[in-house]
Design a protein around this ligand. Structure first.
Ligand SMILES: [Zn+2]
Length: 123
């Protein structure tokens, strides 16, 4: 029990700031602008980086990112994954805690029944 509580505390402490969480994917696409004579007509095209997010209604929102913002957005998306992982980890720890507490409650019920010789009214 103590060990699980320590693990839970550690998982919560190691998280990045919640204010810097961003769900989505950073994608790179190559586009051709269509201007005659532009290099993009003959090479791989203009590199455009953007954030793509699928919303609850199934729609996708895309925000193109200037170069300077790409590292920030990548960090925020990484923070989101750290939080998601932590939610799963803490949930697993809490399930283990629940099992331990349930076992404790059951043995308490059993010993209470043993003393009184009948079922406890709460079980
Ligand atoms: Zn072009």
């Amino acid at each position: 029990m103590r060990r699980l509580l320590d693990r839970r505390r550690r998982a919560a402490r190691s998280l990045p700031p919640f204010e810097e969480v961003l769900r989505g994917t950073v994608l790179v696409r190559h586009l051709r602008c269509g201007k005659p004579g532009c290099h993009c007509a003959s090479d791989e095209g203009h590199k455009v980086t953007y954030l793509s997010v699928t919303l609850a209604d199934g729609k996708t929102e895309q925000i193109s990112l200037p170069k300077a913002l790409v590292p920030v957005v990548k960090r925020w998306v990484g923070n989101y994954h750290a939080w998601r992982k932590a939610v799963e980890k803490v949930s697993a720890i809490n399930r283990d805690l629940l099992r331990e507490q349930r076992a404790k409650e059951r043995s308490r019920d059993r010993s209470a029944r043993g003393r009184s010789g009948r079922r406890s009214p709460n079980s």
